[in-house]
Write a protein that binds this ligand. Structure first.
Ligand code: PGA
Length: 248
């Protein structure tokens, strides 16, 4: 009942020249058997949305401000992302939590702002290696989930489990470790939202590549991936989409 989702997080990468990669992706996957989302830097959202108009690929932001407008130099409000053609927004990515001191409460406020603007939030959670080694993974994830998710989350809200130590490192958790966290997240969502939890998609993120995607997608309660580095190249992201289609 949950449609799979392959989401690409371009982070602070890419230029207009990357249009060729986007074009190649659409050419090789004109009717993907899963949802596909690309989240480029904010300056690229409008042109990418225009380039992808009429295709099933959606465009998202990587962050938004918690206010709808105002004196916040350099920030971008959720209604602006929507106006530029975005349908989703990544919130609380560990790089923003680390680089910009984003707290769970701030991520929650941003998620509320995103929902008010009609955007679907992709809320990121994940433990550090130190926390995993200390046996704190589930308590850390549980606290982040409780603190970052709005009280009345739309069932379209997406959660991405991204262990901090797996992002951009080429290291991934074992499949049982991924399964443990995803089962825990589903159970927590059921406890909070009841049957609506069955509709909420749980993505895994952190060093997802063409050669490990299929095995990660076979893990129960993994509804897709949030892909960083491998989403920049159409061939790699396309291979990940193909792996996800194979699980449908
Ligand atoms: P990665 O990044 O795929 O490059 O590890 C994932 C992410 O941070 O969303």
């Amino acid at each position: 009942m949950r449609r799979k989702l392959a989401a690409g997080n371009w982070k602070m990468n890419g230029s207009r020249a990357a249009l060729a990669e986007v074009g190649a992706l659409v050419t090789t996957h004109p009717q993907p058997g899963c949802d596909v989302l690309l989240c480029p830097p904010a300056t690229h959202i409008a042109w990418m949305a225009e380039a992808l108009a009429g295709t099933p690929v959606r465009v998202g932001g990587q962050d938004c401000h918690q206010n709808a407008s105002g004196a916040h130099t350099g920030d971008i409000a959720a209604p602006m992302l929507a106006d530029a053609g975005a349908s989703h927004v990544i919130l609380g990515h560990s790089e923003r939590r680390a680089d910009h001191g984003e707290t769970d409460a701030l991520v929650r406020a941003k998620a509320e702002a995103a929902a008010a603007a009609g955007l679907i939030p992709v809320i990121c959670l994940g433990e550090t290696l130190q926390q995993r080694d200390a046996g704190e993974t589930l308590s850390v994830i549980g606290a982040q989930l409780a603190g970052s998710l709005p009280a009345s989350a739309d069932p379209r809200t997406i959660i991405a489990y991204e262990p901090v130590w797996a992002i951009g490192t080429g290291r991934t958790p074992t499949l049982p470790q991924i399964a443990e966290v995803h089962a825990f997240l589903r159970a927590e969502l059921r406890r909070r939202f009841g049957t609506a939890a069955e509709q909420m998609r749980l993505l895994y993120g952190g060093s997802v590549k063409p050669d490990n995607a299929a095995q990660i997608f076979a893990v129960p309660d993994v509804d897709g991936a949030l892909v960083g580095g491998a989403s920049l190249k159409a061939a790699d992201f396309g291979a990940i989409i193909t792996a996800l289609e194979g699980t449908v």
